[in-house]
Design a binder for this molecule. Structure first.
Ligand SMILES: [Zn+2]
Length: 136
């Protein structure tokens, strides 16, 4: 299991997202003027410039849109190789950078349906990870 670094010190925008991960939920910021989902969270909507927003929980489901396998450790916290860095398009729309720690090189494919898992780390933070859905 890799040692994960805590997220950067949060600001008022990202704190809600981090709180959601600790509660094992994906909270996304929605513009209350135009409905745009802001990810990453931002103080102003990039679509309509409104400062108004609310946080809503979302389905933790998505689809793999891209991935890369690292065959050597490029960071001292990632000693278990190979490991993947994967882009997942959440069903809510945003694309998140994450990983599927249980995936294998032979099993991971673009288009795979995935769902979130949450790794509670010793530093009191949680990391958003994914695993493949069971195939029907
Ligand atoms: Zn807006």
């Amino acid at each position: 299991m890799p040692q994960r670094s805590p997220p950067p010190a949060g600001d008022r925008c990202s704190a809600h997202y981090a709180d959601g991960l600790r509660a094992h939920a994906i909270l996304l910021q929605h513009c209350t003027e135009c409905g745009h989902v802001r990810y990453p969270a931002a103080p102003i909507c990039p679509q309509c410039w409104s400062e108004r927003a609310e946080w809503r929980p979302h389905c933790s489901c998505g689809e793999v849109t891209s991935f890369v396998w690292y065959m050597e450790s490029l960071h001292p916290n990632f000693t278990e190789i190979p490991y993947n860095v994967t882009l997942v398009r959440l069903d809510a729309g945003p694309v998140v950078v994450s990983s599927l720690p249980d995936a294998t090189i032979d099993s991971l494919r673009v288009g795979d349906r995935v769902h979130a898992t949450f790794s509670d780390e010793p530093g009191g933070f949680s990391v958003l990870l994914f695993e493949k859905d069971q195939e029907a």
